[in-house]
Ligand binder design. Structure first.
Ligand code: NAP
Length: 349
């Protein structure tokens, strides 16, 4: 594989998002020229922090407007770029219309970005932000895995428009991206599958699902108990670094799971208690499954989801990202505690 030109601009789609803001920051720190896209240039409150970062760092930043659903929208931003990091995609668990709100922007947006990659000769590498949601459907499936771990060979075969539509949006977008990447040999693609991404944020926004979840933990939304659910967790700063390694390491390839550890929601509360004691109404008990069946539908968990996930731990094989991308992961305790300190500094709790 030929070296990737690090003097060319790097495109980051969805630059104002929770993960992308850290990618932009690390690129600017590294002296790169960054082209970022935002959905709407009139919403300065969503991306003002990026211009503030650019003032302090060596690299330079230009922002462009691009909506995932508008054909050709990414062309201007992508001109002259060597690496395209495609993070933009809605991450919402509760939506009104799964096709319109999740699947269309994820799938059509990815195809839209890659169509422009195909038109512009400068692009050598595409990094696609996928998710472990494209790796597995339900935690119960782990019982059938030979090594007791989900790996990059696994695909989510269960999600559809009705059942876990966010997972469906990530699965279909990644599958179609691979079809386009494998139909040519001018550019290479590396896909990243982060677990649940947590840790401090570079903006004051609270509309990201990762931030909303942690705010719920400390604000007492789970005070009466938490569902017995387990997630692969990873620090947002590690995820951002992985994107940059995937962009510039010529040997990087294929799918790469990004997780530091697996934890249940109750265990997350216990970790936070070691730092914050009784300061916040953190969860102390698991909701029994029968109660979840009653409460679940009001909180966005279907019976089928509860049956196939509550009480089943998950485990992911993250060795690929450690070997191929040289990743080492921050301990999850540091991630959780620093995120809550970040809320405190910003007066969000
Ligand atoms: P986020 O903060 O909500 O960022 C999502 C980004 O996508 C935002 O910049 C948003 O723009 C942009 N976007 C959404 N719809 C768009 C549209 N129609 N046109 C243009 N831009 C649009 O979420 P995040 O957590 O950083 O997620 C970033 C990526 O990581 C997503 O692909 C997500 O699936 C993936 N991921 C996230 C996690 C996690 O736990 N956070 C885990 C695995 C994978 P606005 O700023 O205008 O809203």
């Amino acid at each position: 594989m030929t070296d990737i030109d690090s003097s060319a601009p790097v495109l980051v789609t969805g630059a104002s998002g929770y993960i992308a803001s850290w990618i932009v920051r690390f690129l600017l720190e590294g002296g790169y020229t960054v082209h970022g896209t935002v959905r709407d240039m009139r919403q300065g409150q969503k991306f003002g922090h990026l211009y503030e970062l650019a003032k302090k760092e060596k690299g330079s930043l230009r922002l462009f407007e691009a909506d995932l659903l508008h054909e050709g929208a990414f062309r201007k931003a992508m001109e002259d770029c060597g690496v395209v990091i495609h993070t933009a995609s809605p991450f919402r668990l509760k939506v009104k219309d799964p096709r319109q709100d999740l699947v269309d922007p994820a799938r059509k947006g990815t195809l839209n970005v890659l169509a422009t990659v195909n038109e512009l000769d400068t692009v050598q590498r595409v990094v696609l932000t996928s998710s472990v949601a494209a790796i597995y459907g339900d935690a119960i499936e782990l019982a059938d895995k030979p090594n007791g771990m989900f790996t990059e060979d696994d695909w989510n075969l269960r999600a559809d428009l009705d059942y876990q539509p966010y997972s469906f949006s990530k699965t279909i977008a990644e599958k179609e991206a691979w079809a386009l990447a494998e139909a040519q040999d001018r550019w290479s693609m590396v896909a990243l599958q982060p677990g649940f991404v947590l840790g401090p944020s570079l903006s004051d926004r609270s509309d990201s699902t990762s931030i909303d979840f942690m705010l719920s933990m400390v604000n007492g939304n789970f005070k009466s108990g938490v569902p017995d659910l387990y997630f692969g967790i990873v620090d947002v700063r590690d995820v951002a670094q992985a994107h940059i390694r995937a962009g510039f390491n010529p040997e990087a390839s294929g799918r790469n799971i990004l997780t530091a550890d697996e934890l249940g929601v109750l265990e997350m509360g216990a970790i936070l208690r070691t730092e914050f004691g009784k300061k916040y109404p953190l969860p102390r008990r698991i909701l029994p499954k029968w109660l979840l069946y009653i409460l679940g539908p009001f909180r966005g968990y279907s019976w089928s989801y509860i049956r196939r996930n509550a009480g089943y731990p998950v485990r992911f094989d993250n060795s690929c990202s450690m070997e191929k991308l040289g990743m080492t992961y921050r301990p999850v305790s540091e991630t959780l505690i620093e995120q809550v300190h970040d809320f405190e500094r910003k007066g969000m709790i």
